[in-house]
Design a protein around this ligand. Structure first.
Ligand code: ATP
Length: 450
């Protein structure tokens, strides 16, 4: 994880928030490569959930919601973690994350000092809206995006004539006052979620739950994630959230071990029933095709962390490899060395293609710039003319750029360029006029080789 954190900083993926002031716990900033990666992961999810599903539509609800929302959802009462402190070293732990023997003996796992009793700690960030800081002005930063979907479900049925079963997808920020934030961007206080809520008739919920488990698994396979690094974990009775009838996590083998990446939950009709109760509004669905039968739908939720997916994609892509020197016709070469390479799926890579002139002089730089200009409309490009070509390839490997185009003297004569592949380091010569089509084809048919 240290290697990934330092690469992320060095190459501008992720920086500590407010670093010049010593950093802000639980918050991170996404740099130029990081925001591109995050946007592409979000776009891949959005495409999968909306474009590829005729029965799912999108939504972008506000972060600030009426405070009654969180009473209805059960978060005010139940969204708590068990907290213990060490009286000696003041370390703070989530009681469910330390060994049972420490908890029962009230012994600090770090210094052996005495632990306090376990107390409940609500994870919602609470603030005030408006100028008066009284109880009437309390407002919460949403701890999950889901509730914005539930309170809009009738609006969407009416405006978009949706019929059950159907889904609503949303990507957005969520905030949790986490007791322990560690492991880089894995668990943070400010993060982003990609959630889809699928509304079904009670009785069909288990079938849809299984169906969504299958679909979410297939999604990661399609993204080219190492499938032996993924597994299912079913929540036991003591793990189930207050709203859930059944829940499975997709776990990923992060450097610190197996951890949750995404949850698939059967939330039953809990949320819509509670909103009916708290808002006084009728949240029943009226089935026009079935004699106007009325019922409160069940909800199957797929809830993935976007920022946690960024970490997963970084970990999954990270590789170090001993490679022979790479020469490029007559240019200087280096001895055999190690390369660090991020094997991103090309559709997720922050830069798709880098254009590199072999030399700056003799019009090669201008020709390379022309080629970049042509590719720019369709691909995320980079341009680099500084240093030995082998070193420039390494820089692109480290940023996860799947393709490099090298422009040399022959390019001036016959209009061909070298296309170099990140994973195999293979180089082929092709006419520059064929570049765009070839790249498109390579992205579409990409298969990870390592
Ligand atoms: P945990 O038990 O680990 O605190 P959770 O089970 O409460 O997490 P969910 O409420 O199911 O998590 O959240 C859905 C998804 O949102 C998670 O799978 C994860 O990817 C993401 N997520 C939740 N909390 C955080 C956080 N603090 N930082 C980053 N991502 C988070």
């Amino acid at each position: 994880m240290e290697k990934i954190t330092s690469l992320a900083k060095r190459r501008g993926f992720v920086f500590q928030s407010s670093e010049i002031y010593g950093g802000q716990n639980g918050a991170w900033d996404y740099g130029p490569l990081g925001i591109e990666l995050k946007n592409r992961i979000a776009a891949a999810w959005w495409k999968e959930m909306t474009q590829l599903h005729d029965d799912i539509v999108g939504l972008d609800a506000a972060i600030l919601m009426h405070p009654r929302t969180w009473e209805a959802s059960g978060h005010v009462e139940n969204f708590t973690d068990p907290l213990v402190d060490c009286k000696k070293c003041n370390a703070r732990f989530r009681a469910d994350q330390i060994p049972e023997e420490n908890l029962s003996a009230k012994k600090c796992p770090e210094c052996g000092g005495e632990l306090t009793d376990t107390r409940k700690f609500n994870l919602m960030f609470k603030t005030h809206i408006g100028p008066a800081e009284d109880t009437a002005s309390i407002i919460y930063l949403r701890p999950e995006t889901a509730q914005g979907i539930y309170v809009n479900y009738k609006n969407i049925i009416q405006s978009n004539r949706m019929k059950i079963p159907f889904g609503i997808a949303q990507i957005g920020k969520a905030f949790r006052n986490e007791i322990v934030t560690k492991n880089f961007i894995f668990r943070t206080c400010e993060f982003e979620q990609m959630e889809m809520q699928y509304f079904v008739k009670g009785g069909t919920d288990e079938e849809w739950f299984n169906e969504w488990r299958k679909r979410r698994w297939a999604y990661y396979e399609k993204l080219g994630v190492k499938m032996d690094h993924l597994r299912w974990h079913q929540h036991g009775p003591d793990e189930l959230a207050h709203y859930a009838k059944d829940a499975y996590d997709i776990e990923y083998l992060f450097p610190m071990g197996w951890r949750e990446l995404e949850g698939v939950h059967n939330r039953t009709d809990y949320d819509l029933r509670r909103h009916t109760e708290y808002s006084g509004k009728d949240m029943q669905y009226i089935d026009q095709d079935n004699n106007s039968e009325r019922y409160i739908p069940y909800i199957i939720e797929t809830s993935a962390g976007l920022t946690r997916n960024v970490l997963m994609v970084l970990c999954d892509a990270y590789d170090e490899e001993l490679v022979a020197s790479e020469k490029k016709d007559g240019a200087e070469s280096s001895a055999d060395d190690w390369r660090t390479v991020l094997r991103f799926h090309p559709s997720l890579a922050p830069v798709t293609v880098a254009v590199l002139p072999l030399m700056k002089k003799d019009g090669l730089a201008e020709l390379a710039q022309d080629i970049r200009r042509e590719l720019k409309e369709d691909f995320a490009t980079d341009y680099d003319q500084a240093g030995a070509i082998g070193r420039r390839y390494r820089r692109q490997d480290e940023a996860g750029t799947p393709f490099c185009v090298t422009v040399d003297y022959q390019s001036k004569e016959d209009g061909t360029v070298t296309l170099r592949f990140r994973d195999s380091m293979e180089q082929i010569r092709i006419p520059k006029a064929e570049l765009a089509a070839r790249l498109r084809q390579e992205i579409k048919t990409y298969k990870r080789i390592k």
